[in-house]
Design a protein around this ligand. Structure first.
Ligand SMILES: *Cc1c(COP(=O)(O)O)cnc(C)c1O
Ligand SMILES: [Zn+2]
Length: 551
């Protein structure tokens, strides 16, 4: 493959060599690989048909001359999964998750590490330095071990110790810096300079940006398989690309991928970019919201999500800002709590256990949908950048496990022991909730949300009459009631319940899509405990209401 390195400041072209990191003409560190797009547009599509589904299927678009297959760990082409339940809950049916957890070391940094290590190996480089908030170093370590290279991994002391041990396990030297991530980067850079070692430079590393862009290619190929071609192009682009960012390298690379595909005529447009940051360390979001052209650094980041703790994004912000603005995208920030909550929702609704940094992207998605920035009809791809290992302490709250002791009894009493163990599994009676709602999907959704937050015995009814029968028979602890239903509407159900001493005090939450008239509100007032708009279920309000009514 032929490619050159173009300076983003002066436009000068130079050949690629991994250790020459500045433009020979103007000294800029901001450069980018350029390929013969005209040639590739003609020749690559046919080759792709026969290629295996991994990152190297786009090898002509990567800055490695002879990809060494013996270094590969099966990186790339992670699944694109439709988030059916989240989509239903958010009223946005075309949400897709790019599941980067399924990379060899469980984060999207595997792309960066596999391409960079391949390029370094090709250039005969045997030792390198990287500063990391955990995942980069883990991934570099794995690939360095395959390539027989040594990695010096500089991490901040806030990196969870399981991650540090993982880095060490692959044989890398871990250097723990007590300080901010930006300070950690400074120490690593100085160490590398003094010893003339190769240093990972984040978004300024050609191989990193090039590796990350493969995410865009995969998304378009996969989305085309699922939804068909674009309006005026062979491949499809989503309307939105959402990703949690720290230094912004991933998002910059993905944008470059879409740009290249557009240049080659494979896609007709570039998605709106939505980079998400943690509120306690959101220099890019804050600067964008203030309309600044240069980022105001955050000197001491205040977030527990160490993976997102780049306080000084430098010029990455200027480039990313340009991309966000030119695509009509949006920067957004979320609190740690919002990210942790999203982590929970994602696991419980979609079976996906993501690390807090990845969950921040989902919290951002929820926010942008609620704000109406992302529309219900939009196709959205969210990058699930990494797996949780292990589930962070404090996220699950109390009572997430139950200790059961099997009584040591004589053989004959085996059965009795089993019964005893079972009563320990669920010693208390679960609160009973009846959902009265004529739309099956809405019923299932409410059930799912309730079950994701606690143990309940849930009964369902498909219309008012059936609901009234079940309530009178079961005398539940709580009723969740729709208003507009066949057979008997919700207003009548409430009147019947309140008129019967046995059911008069059972709390009722009305969940309705209907805009109520003042007269209807009067009819309900005093007879129900809460009124919720459907679609507001994601709000904590709903669960708080349920919990307080069950006390
Ligand atoms: C590195 C990382 C990020 C942030 O990516 P940048 O490219 O540095 O902006 C987000 N999530 C996870 C899981 C990461 O490992
Ligand atoms: Zn230059």
């Amino acid at each position: 493959m032929s490619f050159i390195i173009k300076c983003l400041d002066c436009g000068h072209n130079a050949p690629y060599y991994p250790t020459s990191i500045t433009c020979p003409k103007c000294g800029s560190q901001w450069r980018e690989a350029e390929y013969d797009y005209e040639l590739l547009a003609r020749t690559l599509p046919e080759k792709l048909l026969k290629r295996p589904h991994d990152l190297w299927r786009y090898r002509e678009l990567l800055p490695v001359r002879n990809p060494n297959t013996s270094l590969s760990l099966g990186e790339g082409y992670t699944p694109l999964i439709r988030a059916v339940n989240l989509g239903m809950m958010l009223g946005c049916p075309n949400i897709f998750i790019k599941d980067e957890r399924q990379g060899p070391t469980a984060s999207f940094k595997d792309r960066q590490a596999s391409v960079t290590i391949a390029a370094l190996k090709e250039a005969g480089i045997t030792e390198m330095v990287a500063a990391s908030t955990g995942n980069v170093a883990i991934s570099y370590s794995a690939y360095a071990s395959r390539a027989g290279m040594k990695l010096w991994a500089f991490v901040t002391s806030l990196v969870p110790s399981v991650k540090m041990r993982e880095i060490a396990l692959y044989g890398s030297q871990v250097i723990k810096i007590t300080g901010s991530y930006d300070q950690c980067k400074q120490v690593a850079a100085e160490f590398a300079r003094q010893r003339s070692l190769y240093l990972d430079m984040g978004a300024r590393t050609i191989t990193s940006i090039e590796a990350m862009k493969t995410i865009a290619y995969e998304i378009s190929e996969q989305l085309t398989d699922i939804l068909g071609p674009g309006d005026t192009s062979p491949w499809r682009t989503p309307d939105w690309y959402v990703q949690a960012i720290s230094g912004g390298m991933g998002a910059l690379g993905v944008h470059k991928g879409f740009r290249e595909m557009q240049q080659m005529g494979w896609v007709d447009r570039i998605p709106a970019m939505a980079p998400i940051q943690a509120e306690g360390c959101a220099p890019m979001v804050n600067s964008w919201k203030k309309g600044l052209e240069k980022a105001e650094p955050v000197i001491s980041p205040k977030t527990r999500i160490e993976t997102l703790a780049t306080g000084d994004p430098g010029r990455s912000y200027e480039f990313l800002r340009g991309h966000v603005n030119s695509t009509n995208g949006a920067f957004e920030s979320v609190t740690d709590e919002e990210a942790f909550r999203a982590m929970h929702v994602l696991a419980k609704m979609e079976g996906i256990s993501a690390e807090p940094a990845a969950a921040a992207a989902f919290a951002g998605l929820f926010k942008l949908i609620r704000a109406g920035v992302i529309k219900p009809s939009d196709t959205v791809v969210v990058n699930c950048t990494g797996h949780t290992m292990p589930a962070e302490q404090g996220i699950l709250g109390e009572n997430w496990s139950r200790d059961v002791k099997f009584p040591s009894l004589a053989q004959a009493a085996q059965e009795e022991g089993l019964l005893s163990a079972l009563t320990q599994v669920a010693p208390e009676r679960f609160p009973k909730i009846v959902i009265v709602e004529d739309i099956l999907e809405a019923r299932r959704l409410i059930r799912r949300i309730l079950q994701s937050q606690g143990n309940f015995t849930i009964l369902e009814a498909g219309n008012g009459r059936e609901g009234l029968d079940i309530i009178q028979r079961e005398l539940p602890d709580l009723v969740i009631l729709d208003l507009m239903m066949p057979e008997m509407d919700g207003f009548t159900v409430i009147e019947e319940l309140r008129g019967n001493p046995q059911t008069a005090t059972i709390p009722v939450i009305v969940a309705t899509a209907k805009e109520l008239t003042p007269d209807e509100k009067n009819r309900l007032s005093g007879h129900i405990q809460a009124l919720l708009q459907k679609g507001d279920f994601l709000n904590d309000e709903f669960l708080e209401e349920v919990k307080s009514l069950l006390k």
